[in-house]
Design a protein around this ligand. Sequence first.
Ligand code: SF4
Ligand code: SF4
Length: 123
Amino acid sequence: MTLPLRLPGEGCRFWTAGRCLYEELLNPGLCSGHSCSVLAVLEKSFDAFVARGEFMGLSAEEAGRIWERRMDAALNIGWDCANFIFLPDCAGDMPCVHFRDGICILCLPACPGRCRRFELPER
Ligand code: SF4
Ligand code: SF4
């Protein structure tokens, strides 16, 4: 018996580079497995930085201002990610082609083809 072929999911509003954004858009940020690992390391560094600042009597705002000045250096950390691909002319903070709004596209489930959640993009 031959199984029916699925239509491609491309064109669905949740489709992105062959992956499915449905679960992520349903509960944005809930699944830590979707996070960019490099950003997660930076966030941990920032939390530790704020904690050290508090210990030294700095307010969160003061610590944030100092961190901002150090961001360039922080973003020059070794990109400890085998899948990192540099995105030239990136206006955002995370110059990787797989990065979108805090998540790594490569961590999303693959779209197996058109499913019951298929929706056309809003116009
Ligand atoms: S067709 Fe289904 S699996 Fe594919 S992107 Fe759309 S919602 Fe996700
Ligand atoms: S591939 Fe890019 S977006 Fe994904 S975890 Fe690595 S640096 Fe982050």
